[in-house]
Design a protein around this ligand. Structure first.
Ligand code: 16G
Ligand code: MG
Length: 550
């Protein structure tokens, strides 16, 4: 049995020393911090990805270099497991250990430990496909990552500059190639073809759609959207904005899905393009989140966020399942987080089963897998719909008894092709929304009218130590610090339709407070009063209470 190529690892690891003053953590979205500090992390992730592949018998692992909606100077990296899903949670800890080994010797020791404890057969082949977004720090970080691949002889395939969801697609396509579960051709063209042909089938016979404005956040989504637009042609005219992928400082700056959601306004760059009634949407920096919006007849901004998308698409799928005659055989369910607006939860739970899970895509994704068709969306615009393997078989074997049933089954089958099954995908979700709008003859207004959002406020509190805040019940209740939840409950009880929760962020050194209530002023007041309680709990100086808006 061969052993680890220690001298090769050593020589290359020495080129990428860990900054001694920094500690890295593989968090909700992988490693993410200032791009200029990440070289050693990239090298080590290269080695780790190779080991993960060896552990899984040479299956292809994905590596995505991106910091999503974060500022341009940030960067990050996350691993993708063979079916195109997020890295298995137990390996997040291994990633953190490897990233924090103080020097080359400690790193080699950590790698040897991992090989031993996980019983990794290092003689197995290892395969990785990797990509990056458009950040300026990307090329240098990719070079470090490639040194990691080289250190343990990974067969590495460079997917270039592409979106996070396309990389996830590629991973699944590569690993299922030539099998009965073949996911698609393992190329960007394969992805574009798959989505655009399903879309064309789904909107066949519907009136031509008016053009859709797409804010590409000056990120990698701009390239993918331009490519997709060419495949779609007349079937969905896209007007792309914020496509300046090489303009310094432009990425996610006053544009993109996160800006729209947190500022509750359209990107200023779209101001002169948005006319009342015009549909528009924003992608985030790596094109896995989507926000829709429009201006009403009084030119008021109306946001159609992840919750509104969930409401629109879940009801559509539920209706198709019924129309196909599969009611009772195929269970449709919804997964949300505590951030889902109470209005959306009420609307959805009157129609379909709804579950609430902790924040973070991996939690939603796994919960959605428990349904035959699982619809999951975070309010921030990340989400997708999962069809279980048994459901796909049911669609294939179903014998429709009427032409209407047959049409509905066909639509469902086409949706399984349109919707990215690996991860939330802004472009795939955008096409899905457009299909539903076309089928229902909805404008933004009718869609928005499905339910009314409760006024809400999100606030972040900078505290000395966010780790003292521990939650339960899908992050809806605090168990620590003791007593705080009871005081929050008492306060919330004083507000009509009041709801509030406190959770430590998984991506920033802050605590987040969310509140909603019948009126805007009440929601704001509740959020700030709870934020005050949180701050007081940490013994801060009230005069400098560092509460920030988010
Ligand atoms: C990350 C998560 C997102 C979550 C957000 C919460 C992934 C791929 N992304 O962006 O799902 O909503 O973190 O951030 O899991 P927070 O913990 O700072 O509030
Ligand atoms: Mg993103």
């Amino acid at each position: 049995m061969s052993s680890l190529p220690v001298s090769s690892i050593r020589a290359l690891a020495d080129l990428h020393p860990k900054p001694s003053n920094l500690r890295f953590q593989y968090g909700t979205a992988g490693f993410r911090t200032l791009g200029s500090t990440l070289e050693s992390v990239m090298f080590r992730v290269g080695v780790l990805a190779g080991l993960r592949s060896k552990k899984l018998d040479g299956k292809t692992i994905g590596v995505m270099v991106t910091a999503s909606h974060n500022p341009e100077a940030d960067n990050g990296v996350k691993l993708v497991d063979p079916r195109g899903e997020m890295l298995e949670a137990s390996w997040e800890g291994h990633a953190t250990v490897l990233a924090n080994a103080a020097d080359t010797d400690a790193f080699i020791e950590a790698v040897e430990n991992l090989v031993k404890t996980m019983k990794i057969d290092v003689s197995k082949p290892s395969r990785v496909v990797y990509a990056r977004d458009t950040r300026p720090s990307g090329p240098q970080l990719i070079a470090s990552l490639e040194d990691g691949f080289q250190a343990i002889n990974v067969e590495a395939r460079n997917a270039g500059v592409t979106t996070t969801p396309i990389l996830h697609y590629l991973v699944r396509a590569i690993n299922t190639k030539g099998t009965k579960d073949a996911y698609g051709e393992d190329s960007e063209e394969g992805y574009m073809n798959k989505l655009s042909s399903a879309f064309k089938k789904l909107i066949a016979g519907k009136p031509a759609s008016p053009p859709l404005i797409v804010d590409c956040a000056n990120g990698v989504g701009a390239q993918a959207a331009a490519e997709l637009s060419a495949y779609l042609g007349e079937t969905l005219p896209l007007i792309l904005h914020n496509t300046a992928t090489t303009a310094p400082g432009a990425l996610n700056n006053a544009c993109g899905a996160d800006f729209v959601k947190t500022q509750q306004k359209p990107p200023p760059s779209l101001a002169s393009h948005l006319k009342p009634g015009q549909r528009a949407c924003s992608l985030d920096g790596d094109a896995d989140r989507l926000m829709y919006y429009y201006l009403d007849e009084r030119s008021q901004f109306r946001m159609l966020d992840g919750d509104k998308i969930a409401a629109l698409v879940a009801a559509f799928i539920g209706d198709l399942v019924k129309a196909a005659g599969l009611d009772g055989q195929v269970r449709v369910g919804i997964v949300q987080t505590a951030y889902a607006n109470g209005g959306s939860t009420k609307y959805l739970s009157e129609r379909l089963p709804v579950r609430c899970v902790s924040t973070g895509v991996k939690h939603l994704h796994h919960a959605a897998e428990h349904y035959d068709i699982g619809v999951y969306f975070e309010a921030n615009g990340h989400g997708t719909v999962l069809f279980s393997p048994e459901t796909l078989t049911k669609f294939a074997e179903h014998q429709p008894s009427t032409p209407a049933q047959s049409t509905a089954v066909n639509h469902l089958v086409n949706l399984t092709q349109l919707i990215n099954q690996t991860v939330g995908d802004a472009l795939s979700d955008m096409l899905f929304v457009e299909v539903v709008l076309a089928h229902k003859s909805y404008s933004g207004f009718e869609w928005d009218s499905l339910y009314v959002d409760l006024p809400n406020r999100l606030v972040k509190v900078v505290v000395a130590d966010r780790n003292i805040f521990k939650t339960t019940d899908a992050e809806r209740r605090l168990v620590s610090p003791p007593g705080l939840q009871a005081r929050i409950d008492e306060l919330v009880g004083k507000y009509d339709s009041g709801r509030a929760f406190v959770r430590p962020s998984g991506t920033e050194d802050v605590v987040r407070v969310y509140a909603e209530a019948r009126g805007k002023a009440q929601a704001d007041e509740l959020a700030f009063r709870v934020a005050g309680m949180v701050y007081d709990e940490t013994g801060g100086d009230l005069a400098q209470r560092p509460v920030e808006f988010l």
